[in-house]
Design a protein around this ligand. Structure first.
Ligand SMILES: Cc1cc2nc3c(=O)[nH]c(=O)nc-3n(C[C@H](O)[C@H](O)[C@H](O)COP(=O)(O)OP(=O)(O)OC[C@H]3O[C@@H](n4cnc5c(N)ncnc54)[C@H](O)[C@@H]3O)c2cc1C
Length: 262
């Protein structure tokens, strides 16, 4: 929930009138910069975000989110107008392979529906060869609660727990790819929602692991770094996931105060 408190979300370009231009000493990569032409455009060309989807800006709440939505919408229209003569070429083979991937859980259920041990179809059957979305969701919630500063640990975690969380998330990802099954379209949507939640959860854990301090104790405490450390951590932490290699990259970006309060 980026806009309410945690500042998490996509890293977009700032507005033309206020965003700092190129900062000396920082790479040209958009992940290190503050402005690249279209307000609220993420580091991906043509992808815009607002509200909870948009990072580096807490306490927007509902009114800030919809105001930002208006800004992002106007900016996206501008982008479309500026690029109206571009032709979009769709790679049919890539589309077909994505469709096959998305449908896999439905096929897995159909192929193996006679291995269901017990349970009516409107609930989640007991089945050693498949993972249904709710089972995966409960497993994800347990991992995040116990390892990533959930309520059952009094919102506390540390490096050992976070690394254990990453290990368990990896097992969950492997099980998802091999066993995720859906009985109908609704469950298919739930299954992919689960996958996106798993990726978001992994991003959260990796960011908590990277930030070696406790910034807002009300949200979570790193028991191994229980104090605020402005000298080293008055920064944003940006990250990038490489879907091809499965690797994450994390780095610090300075917080630049555009408005100075007296
Ligand atoms: C417990 C809680 C209390 C809060 N209290 C307050 C408060 O008192 N005052 C206040 O101002 N703010 C409050 N907020 C914050 C505020 O609700 C949010 O910041 C704001 O609603 C964010 O708006 P949004 O449009 O960015 O995201 P959302 O309102 O989350 O909208 C995102 C929408 O996208 C949909 N969606 C997701 N994935 C897909 C997909 N693949 N395809 C299509 N649609 C999709 C979702 O279903 C959702 O409707 C609170 C938030 C929470 C969680």
């Amino acid at each position: 929930m980026g806009s309410h408190a945690t500042e998490c979300g996509a890293w977009p370009s700032g507005p033309e009138d206020l965003a700092p231009r190129k900062i000396e000493g920082l790479p040209d990569d958009r992940g290190y910069q503050y402005y690249w032409g279209y307000n609220r455009m993420t580091t991906l060309d043509g992808l815009f975000c607002a509200g909870d989807a948009c990072g580096a800006n807490p306490h927007k709440f509902s009114s800030g989110s919809f105001t930002e939505g208006r800004l992002a919408g106007k900016s996206a229209v501008l982008y479309v107008m500026d690029h109206s003569d571009e032709k979009v070429e769709v790679d049919k083979a890539q589309v077909d392979s994505l469709i096959a991937k998305v449908m896999e859980p439905l096929e897995r259920y159909q192929k193996g529906k006679y291995s269901v041990v017990t349970g009516p179809s409107y609930m989640h059957p007991i089945d050693p060869t498949k993972m249904y979305w709710k089972q995966g969701l409960f497993r994800l919630q347990k991992i995040m609660d116990e390892c990533a500063g959930g309520w059952s640990n009094y919102y506390m975690t540390n490096e050992v727990m976070l690394n254990r969380g990453l290990e368990l998330l990896q097992f969950l990802k492997e099980d998802f790819l091999n066993y995720a099954a859906a009985q109908d379209w609704h469950e298919l949507m739930r299954v992919w929602e689960l996958w996106h939640r798993i990726l978001a959860a992994e991003a959260v854990v990796r960011h908590m692991l990277f930030r070696k301090e406790t910034r807002w104790p009300g949200y979570y405490v790193r028991a191994d770094y229980p104090a605020l450390d402005d000298e080293n951590w008055h920064v944003f932490v940006n990250s990038r996931y490489d879907a091809k290699t499965g690797q994450w990259e994390l780095w610090k970006v300075p917080v630049i105060h555009i408005i100075e309060f007296p």
